[in-house]
Design a protein around this ligand. Structure first.
Ligand SMILES: Cc1cc2nc3c(=O)[nH]c(=O)nc-3n(C[C@H](O)[C@H](O)[C@H](O)COP(=O)(O)OP(=O)(O)OC[C@H]3O[C@@H](n4cnc5c(N)ncnc54)[C@H](O)[C@@H]3O)c2cc1C
Ligand code: SF4
Ligand code: SF4
Length: 447
């Protein structure tokens, strides 16, 4: 029997669940596959519908979660298997070696600067718009703020050949190339799955030229470019010439609501974040023209319609109801032409723009079905975790004691992910209390 709860995934949803459970006095293990907690929200510049700074809201929660006396965060880790039943699960967790002692590292950055490969590896955090070394700290506000060595790229680990300047630079003796992967077994009474979302790679939607045309980017690339702590210090620039785009087109539902991509569902968030992105471009330079090509405007949440209205009235956003057929490029200027059938006024038209931003589908993270299998939890046809009843028990699964929350259940925004995190925490706490109650009643009857 265990009164601990395991949370898989340390995005905003998992963090909310951990804080709620920790504050109730329950013990939490949080298993996060990346070297830092934070999830997608840590990548964003601002968040609709308030346009608040995303990391300013999230960072205090990340730190409180990590330092909470009732929460143990295990990073670089994934769940491999689960046995037992509600109240008494045994969970096998695989923790990848960081090659840096988390207790000794102060996050001073000396190793990252000294690394033989510093500045030579594309930085995936910044969508490859900047570079890092093999020793690196994932991002400025990472929690824990601890360096990690990239096993595949490090010259010593991959080729056995490096003077290991990182080791010399570290005054704390924190770098430890002898560290090995570990497997640990956790005893928990309940599990919350909060593994969130990934984004569809728009390369197969060849008609929009992603990967072929420099100035066609996707929305996560846009988030990093417009972010003050991003690769350009928040200056939105075209890849082709570093110039500021003055006219930007946003194409909605790329790979979403599209049977060809295998993702026929609506991503529910993209109409709103494209509006936010347009507002941000305008806030930076109020002569920027923003045009959103949408399928239907799905502004379903509280205050969302008003947000769109503000977009039109205060930020001059133009919404065009059309699903563009093609984007072409002027090879000289690298400007783009968006070709579309205007469903309102009728007829095929084209519009010249400086940049195209593709709002791509939300998809489950790669390899997530293996986790579903390990837990015995049912998934839907798209690999989102399936609730036992969407209407009446949206956080329950087919396995008693295992709950689901956030964007691993369907595409959703931060508000919904936080609400579900809180809800799943309550369900897990209730399950453990019921179990403890039943166990002590049984013990009482024996006595
Ligand atoms: C481009 C873009 C812009 C957006 N803009 C907004 C906005 O303005 N406002 C808004 O409200 N929402 C916005 N969203 C949506 C928002 O990002 C999500 O609602 C939110 O991140 C969902 O939180 P989550 O915790 O459920 O999932 P995530 O943030 O995806 O976190 C999941 C966590 O689980 C971890 N994980 C995954 N698999 C495993 C595993 N097998 N084992 C362990 N850990 C695992 C991940 O590494 C991650 O840390 C935007 C999304 C995108 C893509
Ligand atoms: S061993 Fe060399 S390549 Fe590897 S992290 Fe250290 S300095 Fe960088
Ligand atoms: S490993 Fe050492 S040098 Fe690198 S960030 Fe940590 S304390 Fe600094």
């Amino acid at each position: 029997m265990s009164e601990s709860v395991l949370i898989i995934g340390g995005g905003v949803c998992g963090i909310q669940a951990a804080l709620d459970l920790g504050d109730k006095g329950m013990h939490v293990y949080m298993v996060e596959k990346e070297p830092s907690i934070g999830g997608r929200m840590a990548l964003l510049d601002k968040v609709f519908p308030t346009n608040d700074c995303s990391i300013c809201i999230l960072a205090p929660k990340m730190i409180t979660c990590f330092n909470h006396p009732n929460v143990d965060v295990i990073t670089c880790a994934e769940v491999e298997g689960l046995t037992g039943k509600a109240g008494a699960f045994k969970v096998k967790v695989h923790k990848n070696a960081r090659y840096v002692d988390e207790d000794k590292c102060t996050g001073c950055d000396a190793c990252t600067q000294a690394c033989a490969l510093a500045g030579r590896i594309p930085d995936e955090w910044n969508q490859n718009f900047s570079t890092r070394g093999a020793a690196y700290i994932p991002f400025m506000q990472a929690v824990p703020r601890v360096a990690i060595i990239d096993k595949e790229r490090c010259l010593l680990l991959s080729r056995g050949k490096c003077k290991s300047q990182c080791v010399e630079a570290c005054q704390r003796g924190a770098i430890d190339f002898k560290q090995k992967d570990q497997t640990v077994t956790l005893d928990v009474g309940a599990v919350i799955v909060a593994t969130g979302l990934d984004m569809y790679d728009p390369t197969p939607v060849t008609e929009y030229g992603y990967g072929r045309f420099d100035n066609v980017i996707h929305s996560m690339e846009y988030e990093r470019l417009i972010n003050a702590s991003g690769p350009t210090g928040g200056h939105l620039k075209r890849r082709s010439d570093d110039e500021r785009p003055r006219r930007i087109a946003y194409i909605q539902c790329v790979g979403a609501r599209d049977v060809r991509s295998g993702h026929p569902y609506c991503c529910s968030v993209c109409c709103m974040y494209a509006t936010k992105d347009s507002m941000l471009a305008y806030m930076h330079h109020d002569d920027t023209e923003n045009i959103i090509f949408y399928t239907d405007l799905r502004a379903f949440g509280r205050g969302f319609d008003e947000y769109i209205k503000r977009g039109v009235d205060e930020y001059g956003i133009t919404y065009v109801r059309a699903r563009p057929g093609e984007v072409t490029e002027d090879p000289e200027t690298k400007n783009l032409y968006v070709w579309y059938d205007d469903t309102e006024s009728g007829g095929v038209k084209s519009m010249e723009v400086d940049m195209v931003v593709l709002s791509t589908a939300f998809v489950p993270p790669p390899g997530i079905s293996a986790l579903g299998k390990a837990l015995g939890v049912k998934m839907d046809e798209f690999d989102f975790f399936k609730a036992s009843d969407d209407l009446l028990a949206p956080m329950d699964t087919n396995v008693p004691g295992i709950y689901i929350a956030g964007a691993c259940t369907r595409p959703m925004d931060v508000t919904d992910a936080v609400t579900q995190g809180g809800g799943a925490a309550d369900r897990a706490a209730q399950a453990i209390n019921d179990f403890v109650g039943k166990t002590s009643a049984k013990a009482g009857s024996v006595r």
